[in-house]
Design a protein around this ligand. Structure first.
Ligand SMILES: [Zn+2]
Length: 233
């Protein structure tokens, strides 16, 4: 994905700047398995806002067909928002048609994109009250259109953070993987930003071209997500 490195070079400047300010503090409040530590640290470096957010990265076999999922720890939702904790659950293996592939052996850029998407969900949760998270959970469970919007919001957060090339690597990996089922690929195509959408988000971002503008827009993303859902009912 060298092409993106060149085309998006102006925006990459912001991400270098962010890397600088985040430096040694990116692991405050984090539990990170060693086997994919570098990938997690790289993805976290794009999200300075999550620098002291509690996030536990955890392998589990209970994901029911998903590869990764981001969730608040329910027991922490009743206290103050600053004490909230999140889990990013990861399946240790991909189940392929005829074999199994360990997650940590997947190309690092693909994993960084995947983790970046999950961190996008946490950004969305962070803008919600406990009631807002409960509402999110309910709508996500009830409404296919809401799932699609929520997944696209997570991708958008990651692209805004300068992760377009990683998100594209993840999509390319899934859609061109001969061992993954067509059903899974169709689901990804249906729910997530397409490569064209990603290029469009990057272009819009370059036009607005200031960090404050992007942050104001993001503050409205979660609210808009819920309002649009009400309107479409
Ligand atoms: Zn997602």
């Amino acid at each position: 994905m060298v092409r993106f490195g060149v085309e998006f070079a102006p925006y990459m400047g912001i991400h270098t700047y962010r890397n600088m300010i985040i430096k040694d503090t990116e692991t405050i409040g984090k539990e990170i398995p060693n086997v994919i530590r570098n990938e997690i640290i790289t993805a976290l470096a794009h999200y300075p806002e999550l620098k002291s957010t509690h996030i536990r990265f955890k392998f589990t076999r209970s994901l029911n067909g998903s590869i990764m999922a981001a969730r608040p720890q329910i027991s922490t939702l009743l206290g103050a928002q600053k004490n909230r904790k999140y889990d990013i659950l990861m399946s240790p293996v991909f189940k392929l048609k005829n074999s199994i592939e360990p997650l940590h052996q997947v190309d690092p850029n693909v994993l960084i994109g995947w983790i970046g998407h999950e961190l996008g969900h946490i950004m969305d949760y962070e803008q919600r009250s406990t009631f807002g998270i409960a509402r999110f959970g309910l709508l996500y469970w009830l409404s296919k259109t809401y799932i699609r919007k929520a997944e696209r919001v997570a991708d958008t957060f990651a692209v805004h953070r300068g992760m377009a090339s990683y998100i594209l690597a993840t999509k390319d990996f899934i859609l061109s993987h001969s061992g993954l089922s067509q059903k899974y690929k169709d689901k990804i195509t249906r729910l997530y930003l397409s490569p064209d959408d990603i290029v469009q988000v990057v272009e819009e971002m370059q036009q607005s071209n200031n960090r404050e503008g992007i942050l104001v827009e993001e503050a409205e993303i979660s609210t808009n997500l819920d309002h649009q859902e009400q309107e479409s009912r």
